[in-house]
Design a protein around this ligand. Structure first.
Ligand code: 3PG
Length: 384
């Protein structure tokens, strides 16, 4: 796979596809992780005297329609502040070419405003390709999408390469997938139960123990117990049974429950066989916390995706907090990824203590499941 350092970037127009899809509420960016992780790529291009064009998507706007809440302008302003003395401009209309100017960085408006972006439209891909001499794919978090600015452009740009963030994501995830120090302990929680069940099947092959939390754990609990009003996936209970038979699944011994999905509901710990119809599992119980902590303490490699409870409610965040703390206290090489996981890391201020934090959500899970992503095969193939 070609990398930026393999090309002479001097005075070359390089279009860097980044994933600057960050949460923005009322114009305020609430997590800067993806932007901050993209800055080294920009600094590298600046140091090589390249003419930089930055492209990204933000959210899921209706195509062909400008909506202010999906504008990348706040991200542009943040970057402008971070890169103090670098001249930057923000462009809304760029598909028919960018006029020559003296800015060091040209920042393009949300590519998903363009008709055809999500369908990987050929004409649009060609238009993007015409904007640059070299295309740099650095958007790991969008590398699972076959869209014009990620996948299509690779087919038409005269030169293509991977950016440093993309390379680093692959390198760190491959430590887990290809040569993890054993035991490898995986922790999978969160609420996207059906999506993640597919992932469990792949993970069980590489991991020594798989600790489950959230809606995933509830589906395992439902094999032999009433789970009341809890979030779980009835269609996957049989699948859960098969996975349990591998003896690699570590599931809760008890649960913290409430009677409504709210932080105001009374919270108490129940044994698994005591959960009532009107109750809802919202966290792991105290016995489970100790059990999970003991297993995590033995890990030499840890893969973590998803909270083990409703961490947004303070009455149900203890399990997630304790598990997150044991991950950072362990001496293992730890990799964390996924939107909710990043929020947990931010909430409990654990950022500096995880060995590697992936910027990917869906792409992180797909890479773990399949060991590759659509655009990677193009980057591998085309050696310009
Ligand atoms: C993400 O947040 O996972 C990526 O930016 C991809 O966004 P998407 O799911 O809207 O394609």
């Amino acid at each position: 796979m070609n990398q930026m350092k393999d090309f002479n970037l001097n005075q070359k127009k390089i279009l860097i596809r980044m994933d600057l899809n960050v949460p923005i509420h009322n114009g305020i960016i609430t997590s800067h992780t993806r932007i901050n992780k993209s800055i080294p790529t920009i600094l590298f291009a600046l140091s090589k005297n390249a003419q930089i064009i930055i492209a990204s998507h933000l959210g899921r706007p209706q195509e062909g329609k400008y909506e202010k809440k999906f504008s990348l302008f706040p991200v542009f302003k943040y970057l402008e502040k971070k890169l103090k003395n670098v001249s930057m401009c923000f462009i809304k209309n760029y598909l028919n070419g960018i006029k020559k100017n003296n800015y060091s960085i040209i920042f393009l408006e949300n590519v998903r405003f363009n008709i055809g972006e999500k369908q990987n439209n050929i004409e649009l891909s060609k238009k993007y390709a015409n904007l640059c001499d070299i295309f740099v794919m650095d958007a790991f978090a969008t590398a699972h999408r076959k869209e014009s600015s990620t996948f299509g452009i690779c087919q038409f740009a005269s030169k293509i390469c991977a950016g440093p963030l993309l390379i680093s994501e692959i390198k760190n995830l491959n430590i887990i997938l290809l040569k993890p120090k054993k035991p490898l302990i995986t922790i999978i929680g969160g609420s996207k139960v059906s999506t993640k069940f597919k992932l469990l099947k792949s993970l069980i092959k590489i991991t020594d123990f798989l600790i489950v939390g959230g809606g995933i754990a509830n589906t395992f609990i439902a094999i032999n117990n009433n789970v009341g009003k809890s979030l779980y996936e009835p269609n996957f209970v049989q699948e859960a049974k098969k996975l349990l038979a591998t003896q690699k699944i570590i599931m809760p011994l008890d649960s913290r429950v409430g009677t409504s999905f709210s932080n105001n509901t009374q919270s108490y710990v129940r044994k698994l066989n005591e959960i009532q119809n009107h109750e809802e599992i919202m966290d792991i119980g105290d016995q489970t916390i100790k059990y999970y902590q003991k297993i995590i303490s033995k890990a030499r490699t840890i893969l973590w995706n998803g909270p083990v409870g409703v961490f947004e409610f303070s009455n149900f965040s203890l399990g997630t907090q304790k598990i997150a703390e044991s991950i950072v206290q362990s001496k293992a090489f730890s990799v964390a990824g996924g939107g909710d996981t990043l929020s947990v890391i931010k909430l409990f201020n654990l950022k500096k203590k995880i060995s590697y934090i992936s910027t990917g959500g869906g792409s992180f899970l797909e890479f773990i499941e399949k060991g590759t992503l659509p655009v990677l095969s193009l980057l591998n193939k085309k050696k310009s």
